[in-house]
Ligand binder design. Structure first.
Ligand SMILES: [Fe+2]
Length: 319
């Protein structure tokens, strides 16, 4: 796909913008953990029942809307070498953990997408957990997605909720792709601007999908800046071994409920709860964990504001 938009604001004109798919289109396949403890299953049943019951109350949705109104548009820099100056100023909006169906329905999605579009992103990425606990929740995206457009496209990876609660994850993928969202199922895409390019890759979910990092990175050029979407931040140590530049994750909700810096439910074994983290192997790779947009089970957050991440590419001399 090649898109040339001479009317774009000055910071991107007059370069030619294009995305080139250079790997075989991937197909999502779920892989539920057969060793999952029955206690976890029982907790899930209780949590889902509580979530669905609370969602019927107007006060619960109002409370969640009040949180959404405080969404932080958090800036994250993606430094690239000075000789890739054509990428400078590229802006990527990263939205994750929407959990549609949990206090967040079509009107809230539409409002959120309108605000994201006001950020004028060149590229939009979803980091997974688009649905909460029902396959049909993906249909809440139908109308709002019509207004979500970016010159370099809209991409997504699946999260554990998408896998676990969609009996046929292929239908989830088809639904999004029919609406212009390309699902990166262990797949990479070359994003080109002028004479420079960026490799955008997406890996499948760590616990409920079938991730294949090598496949997602296959085809990238040597020293090409690489941005990876991976729903769970605990994927970072493996991804960093491949020398990627930046990994964008969610999954933790920043703890969702955090008191005195402590989150009882963190969903990370490595302490990747919220914000930026350096490479565990001492390399140049970095991780950014977004607090995400939505909630699950309870309609509130504490000490963990909703977040939409805005990644800005900065071309500068590398040390
Ligand atoms: Fe998740």
């Amino acid at each position: 796909m090649t898109v040339f938009q001479p009317h774009l604001r000055g910071r991107l004109a007059p370069h030619r913008l294009s995305t080139v798919t250079t790997t075989i289109p991937g197909r999502l396949r779920s892989h539920p953990d057969p060793r999952r403890h029955p206690l976890h299953e029982a907790i899930d049943v209780f949590a889902i029942a509580l979530n669905r019951w609370l969602d019927r109350f107007a006060w619960a949705r109002s409370l969640h809307r009040a949180h959404l109104a405080r969404t932080e548009y958090r800036r994250v820099s993606l430094p690239v070498a000075a000789d890739r100056a054509a990428l400078h100023g590229l802006r990527i909006a990263f939205l994750t953990d929407l959990h549609a169906g949990a206090y967040l329905h079509e009107p809230e999605l539409q409002e959120l997408f309108d605000r994201v579009m006001a950020q004028e992103p060149d590229l939009i990425c979803f980091g997974g957990d688009l649905v909460n606990t029902r396959a049909e929740e993906i249909e809440l995206f139908d109308r709002p997605l019509r207004s979500l457009r970016a010159p370099l496209g809209v991409y997504a990876v699946a999260g554990n909720h998408d896998h676990r609660w969609t009996p046929d994850i292929g239908s989830w993928q088809d639904y999004l792709e029919r609406r212009g969202v390309q699902v990166l199922a262990n797949q990479g895409v070359r994003i080109e601007r002028g004479d420079a390019s960026l490799w955008l890759a997406g890996v499948d979910d760590l616990t409920d999908g079938q991730p294949d990092v090598r496949r997602a990175l296959w085809g990238r050029a040597k020293s090409e800046p690489t941005l990876v979407l991976a729903h769970q931040p605990d994927h970072f140590p493996e991804l960093a071994q491949h020398g990627v530049d930046l990994v964008l994750s969610g999954h933790t909700h920043g703890g969702q409920i955090k008191a005195f810096g402590w989150a009882p439910i963190a969903h990370t074994r490595h302490g990747y709860l919220d914000g930026g983290f350096a490479c565990p192997h001492g390399g140049r790779s970095r991780l950014h964990v977004s607090r995400g947009v939505g909630v699950t089970i309870l309609p509130f957050r504490m000490g963990a504001r909703p977040e939409v991440t805005i990644v800005e590419v900065e071309a500068k001399p590398q040390r």
